[in-house]
Design a protein around this ligand. Structure first.
Ligand code: PGA
Length: 253
């Protein structure tokens, strides 16, 4: 049985003081009962990573992730952050391939494959995002689109490394738009992704891999999504910025 995970992707939100406040509010409401329902993760901006880690270090089922990393280990890359630097802040995970990175920062499949490797080399577990834009969904080619992203970004990994990866299916048309995928649309894509993993890595790995849903997930729609057999939790943007909303989503697990 896969334990559910609710991860908050704060994007470019929250100063250091605001990060502290949000984490403390979430932790005070994250009761033993909620811990049994789902693990949680905070993915704050780089500037808050170390502080957030220090606030959660003694709590079980609470993880910290970054939102991006550079593909090289060090060097003359002004403004960039390496996987080892993130790891040294206490984070255990890193989001890679988010559609905002692909769209606004022109991150290609090849670049993302290199970032995945850099993360794994530094013992950071990638949360690898895939998902189709609206015109692809409307054309009905969303499965092959997502398959291509997975093959190019992940499927060259040896099994031992692939097992460290979490996948997030985030249809681009659902991110920050208020338009959520239906329970059936999410389940159908998640089952398709798990089937691809099964073909490439076998049944055991397919059963263990967490596949999160992301895109306008809220307390009001989370229960239906998380009840689907192949939906293992969520990657939450907007609704992760307020403690009561985020906890409401955990409660829906
Ligand atoms: P959203 O973002 O929940 O605000 O739609 C999800 C994400 O981009 O990870």
């Amino acid at each position: 049985m896969r334990k559910k995970l609710v991860a908050g992707n704060w994007k470019m939100n929250k100063t250091l003081a605001e990060s502290e406040q949000l984490v403390l509010e979430v932790l005070s409401g994250y009761t033993k009962e909620l811990q049994q329902r789902a693990a949680i993760m905070f993915c704050p901006p780089f500037t808050s990573l170390a502080r957030v880690h220090s606030l959660v270090r003694d709590r079980s089922e609470v993880y910290v992730g970054a939102q991006n990393c550079h593909q090289e280990t060090s060097g003359a890359f002004t403004g960039e952050i390496s996987a080892a630097m993130i790891k040294a802040c206490g984070a255990t995970h890193v989001i890679l391939g988010h559609s905002e990175r692909r769209q606004y920062f022109f991150e290609s499949d090849a670049l993302l494959a290199a970032k995945v490797r850099a993360a794994l080399t530094s013992q950071l577990r990638p949360i690898f995002c895939v998902g189709e834009p609206l015109h692809i969904r409307e054309a009905g080619t969303h499965e092959s689109y997502v398959q291509d992203q997975l093959v190019k970004g992940l499927f060259d990994l040896p099994p031992a490394q692939f097992q460290e990866v979490i996948i997030a299916y985030e249809p681009v048309w659902a991110i920050g738009t208020g338009k959520v995928a239906s329970d059936q649309q999410a389940q159908s894509m998640h089952a398709f992704i798990r089937q691809l993993i099964r073909k490439r890595y076998g049944e055991e790995v397919a059963q263990k891999t967490l596949i999160l849903y992301g895109g306008s997930c809220k307390p009001s729609n989370a229960a239906g999504l998380f009840a689907q057999p192949d939906v293992d939790g969520g990657l939450i943007g907007g609704a992760s910025l307020q403690a009561d909303e985020f906890l409401g989503i955990v409660r829906a697990c």
